[in-house]
Ligand binder design. Structure first.
Ligand SMILES: NC(=O)c1ccc[n+]([C@@H]2O[C@H](COP(=O)([O-])OP(=O)(O)OC[C@H]3O[C@@H](n4cnc5c(N)ncnc54)[C@H](O)[C@@H]3O)[C@@H](O)[C@H]2O)c1
Length: 421
């Protein structure tokens, strides 16, 4: 059975888009208003939307650096300088766009939520705090501690959301292999609940956190958006499934959406007194694991696989700074068009080997620790690097902090802010 057929069987649906509860007629159900109740409205009105974008554009832009929001964190400051149009200081009279961020207490979602607030938007966060942290929430955001399955309680037709950024998900590959149902329930059924609410509310825009790990080719060339999708584990399968679900929804309604396929999110940012960085339990990502070893919180580090067909024999991955990933969300929000669905791969386009990451962590932290060498792990491709040309040309996205030493140094700052030295 091919992948699409598998997904359709999994979801229990037939041909694309034909689900009675998703039919257009349902928009006229009593109690579901298509009337806008905010400046932009919760119903899709392309002309008004374009007008609104123009009015946002016509807001006077800062003429000099002195008017720009300067941030002492180099990761944030680089973005403010690179994308003045999305980080300009909003004047009082500007009406903000209202956005729902699911999973906004987590690592990537919280960085995006902070950037959205900084860009002058009204942000509402839904998160069940299963892996997120209240300390990550931006002070000026509204927070609902709620499961994604109950998103319709918040994303109501009357709430007037202009868009949704959907980060809420379980993300542990090993756990997904051991307990796939947990992943079907959280990531697929949770996203289905979201799509139903989006449809009922007439929310015009959706950005989804997808993953580059669904590409499992041999990595001999960087993966662009046309690379074969062949998920190697249930986690990646949930992301590929939700991508297809969203594509179907855009084909069947006026929803405009983008799936952003991140490669290895990494690094951290400091905004005010808040440090936002990677904190997963158990930690399965390379850089934070190495930092734990550097900080003496692990006795040693095990490097799996030293006989890959790469220059130093270890796997090569594409590390992209979380602040750069976050900026792509703001750019994608502005680029979304009604009824259209786009996929963007987000990475730096140049990989670093596990051994290079290990050396960089030792260099940046100035700490040494014992390293063991283990066999290859099943399902680990030799090379996984993004071709992000589409995000560059269509969104104007260009990573501002691509250097591995900078990424590790920001992550180390975060690590020390949370765990001490
Ligand atoms: N970290 C990466 O390298 C990476 C790479 C590719 C894609 N992604 C995707 O990006 C998104 C964010 O990942 P992250 O690294 O920030 O993970 P994270 O675990 O830090 O954040 C996920 C957030 O979602 C919340 N959440 C989980 N299940 C929920 C549910 N059922 N209802 C409500 N909230 C729920 C968690 O409490 C958490 O705050 C995920 O969708 C993930 O699949 C991450």
């Amino acid at each position: 059975m091919d992948f699409n057929a598998f997904i359709l069987v999994l979801l229990g649906i037939g041909p694309w888009g034909h689900r009675p509860d998703f039919d257009r007629e349902n928009d006229a159900r009593p109690g579901i208003s298509r009337e806008p109740d905010t400046a932009l409205g919760n119903s899709w009105q392309p002309d008004r939307y374009l007008q609104r974008i123009h009015s946002l554009d016509s807001v006077p832009r800062p003429g000099s650096d002195a008017m720009m929001v300067r941030n002492p964190d180099p990761a944030v400051d680089a973005l403010v300088t690179a994308y003045p149009e999305i980080f300009r200081q909003p004047p009082q009279e500007r009406t903000s766009v209202k956005l729902l961020v699911t999973g906004g207490a987590g690592y990537i979602g919280s960085v995006v939520a902070h950037q959205l607030v900084d860009a002058g938007h009204e942000v509402v966060i839904l998160d069940d705090l299963s892996t997120g942290f209240p300390a990550n929430l931006p002070p000026r955001a509204t927070f609902h501690e709620l499961s994604i399955h109950r998103v319709a309680d918040v994303l109501t037709p009357a709430a007037g959301f202009d868009g949704v950024l959907h980060f809420a998900a379980k993300i542990e590959v090993a756990e997904s292999v051991a307990n796939p149902e947990k992943y079907w329930w959280n990531n697929i059924e949770g996203s289905l609940a979201l799509l139903r609410a989006v449809r009922a509310a007439g929310t015009p825009r959706l950005i989804f956190s997808s993953t580059g790990s669904m590409y499992t080719g041999d990595g001999s060339t960087p993966f662009d958006e046309s690379a074969e999708v062949r998920p190697a584990n249930p986690y990646a399968a949930t992301k590929a499934t939700v991508d297809l679900m969203i594509a179907g929804e855009c084909g069947a309604s006026e929803l405009g959406a983008a799936s952003l396929r991140y490669f290895n999110a990494s690094g951290a940012v400091a905004t005010g007194d808040t440090h936002l960085g990677e904190r997963h339990e158990p930690e399965s990502h390379l850089i934070p694991i190495l930092l734990q070893a550097a900080a003496g919180q692990r006795d040693s580090f095990t490097l799996y696989g030293t006989d890959y067909p790469t220059p130093d024999g270890t796997c090569i991955r594409d590390y992209v700074h979380v602040a750069d990933l976050a900026a792509a969300h703001l750019l994608a929000l502005e680029a979304i068009r009604p009824g259209e669905y786009e996929v963007y791969n987000l990475g730096n386009g140049s990989g670093y080997s596990n051994r290079q990451v290990l050396d960089t962590v030792r260099e940046v932290t100035g700490r040494d620790f014992p390293v063991h060498y283990g066999p290859r792990r099943p399902g680990d491709p030799a090379v996984c690097v993004a071709a992000s040309g589409k995000a560059g040309t269509r969104l104007g996205w260009k990573p501002q902090r691509p250097d591995l030493a900078d990424i590790v140094s920001d992550a180390w700052e975060f690590h020390r802010s949370v765990h001490g030295d």
